[in-house]
Design a protein around this ligand. Structure first.
Ligand SMILES: Cc1cc2nc3c(=O)[nH]c(=O)nc-3n(C[C@H](O)[C@H](O)[C@H](O)COP(=O)(O)O)c2cc1C
Length: 357
């Protein structure tokens, strides 16, 4: 297999133009190792690690996932483990959501990344990226002073311009097809990605609905320099997710997800009894949600999320709360990460070859 090199590969020093999206509530440590070893950008997810700081609001019981270490130590150990388990030329990053609710944790995680790089030349060589998401980009450009590449995730042209002004090295344009948190206004990738790519000079990565070679080729045609994938990477052998989550992604067709009000904003879930309950609550208590208006969540939704996580750990397919992108409908197997990456690159190359014959 020959490569498909883009500007994204040059900036990050990776072999293929593919980023793994941050995906709480897991650390995504095993996934980050596999993705980085496959020549893409592996990403450690920090959102779940912050749960012990928000015991009343957190949708997951962090103790069940992470034990008793403080959040900063959880991240530190994760960085050490990914550094140790990856090849010498592997590259990885840390996703830090920067929503207002998380700012204390966000600053702490960014400090930990900077310190971890200062304390080991191996970490410094491999941990090159911070991906901020779900919040205001303005204060985060300082990470560049510490030698990090700064990527920021946005849901609109307006936010992309703001991220460019703030100095982001790469902008991820994340469309409404994507899994877990999505934007209030339902703008989909087919409209969002080319619009953002046209509006900014900063390199743009497409997210939301990208899961194979055809969609990678489409992203490049839209003007992006690569793709960020969440859902496709969940359904892999190495991913840290529960097996019912992986299996349901494989089973669903393209109508297999629902959107409703999550704790921190709108979310896309795999469709089951639990997510239908959340949509019913959204309609009952926050009806302006479906008009794209930012509206408060409520205790009932929070409770459905918390118990939904407990049910996940018990393996209850109906009552488990699981996030996924619409592209679950285009995923039908659970291969290794390297197989996923190989298939995507060869398919994208075949698409381009067939177009230029
Ligand atoms: C289970 C799940 C958890 C996610 N958690 C996060 C997160 O913690 N931080 C973040 O920036 N994005 C998060 N995302 C979004 C992904 O990083 C990615 O942008 C998105 O999944 C892309 O769309 P796709 O699912 O169609 O590939 C999550 C997505 C999923 C499916």
């Amino acid at each position: 297999m020959t490569g498909l090199q883009t500007e994204l590969c040059d900036i990050l020093g990776i072999g293929h133009p593919i980023l793994q999206g941050g995906m709480g509530p897991y650390k995504t440590e095993s996934l980050a190792i596999a993705v980085a070893n496959a020549g893409c950008l592996g990403v450690i997810s920090s959102i779940g690690m912050a749960a012990t700081l928000l015991p009343d609001a957190a949708p997951v019981d962090a103790l069940k996932l992470f034990g008793t270490d403080p959040p900063r130590v959880i991240l530190q150990k994760s960085i050490e483990s990914v550094t140790k388990e990856t090849k010498s030329d592997a590259v990885f990053g840390v996703n830090v959501p920067v929503a207002a609710e998380f700012l204390i944790a966000s600053k702490m995680f960014v400090e930990e990344v900077i310190e971890a790089r200062q304390s080991s030349s191996d970490v410094e060589k491999k941990l090159r990226v911070i991906i901020t998401s779900a919040g205001n980009p303005t204060r985060w450009s300082e990470v560049k002073k510490h030698g990090l590449i700064w990527i920021h995730v946005v849901p609109s042209v307006y936010h992309a311009k703001k991220a460019e002004k703030a100095g982001a090295d790469i902008i991820v344009a994340s469309g409404h097809e994507g899994g877990a948190h999505i934007s209030w206004e339902p703008v989909h990738s087919t409209v969002l990605v080319p619009a953002v790519a046209k509006a900014v000079e900063t390199p743009v990565v497409a997210a939301g609905g990208f899961c194979d070679g055809r969609s990678l080729a489409a992203a490049l045609c839209f003007g992006a320099v690569g793709i960020q994938m969440g859902t496709r990477f969940i359904a892999t052998k190495e991913s840290d997710f529960e097996s019912i989550w992986k299996d349901m992604i494989v089973e669903k067709d393209e109508r297999g997800t629902l959107t409703g009000r999550g704790l921190f904003g709108p979310m896309r879930f795999l469709r089951n009894t639990r997510s239908e309950e959340i949509v019913e609550q959204t309609l009952a208590d926050v009806p302006r949600f479906f008009l794209g208006d930012p509206v408060e969540s409520n205790e009932k939704i929070l409770e459905l999320e918390r118990t939904g996580f407990d049910e996940l750990l018990k393996g209850n397919r109906d009552l488990a709360l699981m996030f996924s992108g619409e592209c679950a409908g285009r995923i039908s197997n659970i291969p290794s990460v390297s197989q996923v990456v190989d298939d995507i690159i060869s398919e994208a190359q075949a698409v381009f070859e067939s177009l230029t014959k």
